[in-house]
Design a protein around this ligand. Structure first.
Ligand code: XMP
Length: 435
């Protein structure tokens, strides 16, 4: 890394990540480290221009007072305490905020006047640095990558491709629970356009057979997750000359997996769990990036806007939107209705406004009329939500004419469906997904 860096020492503050994002938004690279880092460890980090002790001196968590090592103050870099208590800190940060702009102005003078940091954090420099680092790590060896087509794996694939070309082997596993045209789009982009070495595995039958008769959502998730690893492992074993595994781990995965002071938020869910005899060294070129930076990196690598700004899609895919026991015909109803919703949202410009939108098909039928005869068919439920962190969510207010057009199309075009409903529930009490 050639970029100047401001180090944030984590004293358990809620604002560590927003502080790091704010400093990066100023054009200066920033990383979060544990509060008990030693002066020697800190000095070994590249291009440190200054240190922010975030949480203030003698921060108290659960009745225990924690502080950085005294030697940190004598390290020779500018050191600043930031926190909520004006009496104890040189800079007072707004509390419990996601407001990058407010924090930017609070730390700007420290970053530029005191630390004299240069604004050399940008995606062009990042991509160039990473290409060099990847080549140095991997040499002439091969890297295997599970390419789902999600934002993170697509950006990693594009970056690795640029760094090592044919030595990247991408495996795209279609578990049969993809959205309409999704696997085809991955093949078109990476195999046909970018000429990546891409292995496509259609494992639809295998996944659906495993899911036969399974009703419980968590059980479905477990089956899909473990089957995914099994399929990927089988593909990996077909190559005997692969030493590295590419992963789309991003900075929040690392920060949220638990620092010494922050509580465990969630364990990150990349391709872990491979058998021990399959030993790969990890290549994780996005591990320093926040989600918005991952997207910017994708654009820097010329990936299309729709690909890097696509809405989140859960790992178990449509499997948790085809409620209860999955059947092929009902899965088709989920897939077709979702495609119609996506098309109409794009036409109305809602795809750029709404955080996540999809359809759900429950496992019950209702009475209707079709061709002058009684019908007994499924309902389709539309869900469209906005959120910042997926912990809470509000529903989108959609104009009636748009909803009615979508309803009309679903009723005409999707087989075995006779009703369309709109889900008005926020999270909480509902969750975003239905399962
Ligand atoms: P919930 O339904 O918990 O969803 O409000 C919050 C966000 O997480 C996504 N989600 C998942 N993502 N594997 C994933 O990778 C899963 O099993 C899973 N379940 C929910 C959901 O789509 C929403 O964005």
């Amino acid at each position: 890394m050639k970029q100047d860096m401001i180090v944030i020492l984590d004293l358990g503050s809620h604002e560590n990540t927003v502080l790091a994002r704010a400093i990066r938004a100023l054009g200066v690279y920033s990383e979060i480290y544990p509060h008990d880092i030693t002066a020697a460890e800190l000095k070994a980090l590249p291009n440190v221009k200054g240190v922010i002790i975030n949480g203030g001196p003698s921060h108290v968590i659960d009745g225990v007072s924690i502080d950085v090592l005294p030697e940190i103050y004598e390290i020779g870099f500018p050191v600043m305490a930031a926190g909520h208590d004006k009496a104890l800190c040189e800079v007072k940060l707004p509390q419990f905020t996601n407001d990058v702009e407010a924090i930017k102005s609070a730390v700007e003078s420290f970053v530029f006047d005191t630390c004299q940091a240069e604004t050399n954090w940008n995606m062009t420099n990042f991509v160039n640095d990473q290409i060099e680092l990847i080549r140095r790590q991997v040499g002439g060896k091969k890297v295997l990558l599970a390419l789902s087509g999600g934002v993170d794996s697509s950006v990693v694939a594009a970056l690795l491709l640029k760094a090592i070309g044919d030595n990247l082997v991408c495996v795209h596993v279609n578990h049969g629970l993809m959205r309409k045209g999704e696997s085809e789009a991955v093949i078109e982009m990476f195999k046909n356009r970018l000429k990546a070495n891409l292995v496509y595995v259609d494992a639809t039958d295998r996944f659906l057979n495993k899911l036969t008769g399974v009703e419980d959502p968590e059980e479905k998730r477990k089956i899909i997750g473990s089957e995914f690893i099994r399929v990927f492992e089988e593909e990996a074993r077909k190559f005997d000359d692969i030493d590295f595994l590419g992963q789309g781990t991003i900075y929040p995965d690392i920060v949220e997996s638990g620092t010494k002071t922050a509580k465990m938020v969630k364990s990150h869910h990349n391709v872990g769990g491979l058998p021990e005899d399959l030993q790969f060294e990890l290549v994780e070129p996005l591990r320093q990036l926040f989600k918005d930076e991952v997207r910017a990196c994708g654009l820097e690598l010329d990936l299309p806007y729709e690909m890097v700004y696509r809405q989140p899609f859960p790992g178990p895919g449509l499997g948790v939107r085809c409620l209860g026991i999955i059947s092929r015909d009902r899965l088709e109803a989920v897939r077709e209705s979702d495609a119609i919703l996506c098309e109409e949202f794009e036409l109305a410009g809602l795809d750029k406004k709404v955080w996540q939108y999809f359809t759900v098909v429950p496992d019950f039928k209702s009475v209707g009329v079709r061709d002058n005869a009684r019908s007994f068919e499924w309902p389709v439920i539309i869900r469209a939500v906005n959120t910042v962190d997926a912990m809470t969510a509000t529903i989108e207010t959609i104009d009636w004419p748009i909803l009615m057009k979508i309803t009309d199309r679903i009723l005409k075009e999707v087989k075995n469906v006779n009703r369309v409903c709109y889900d008005l529930s926020p999270k909480p009490n509902a969750t975003i997904e239905w399962e």
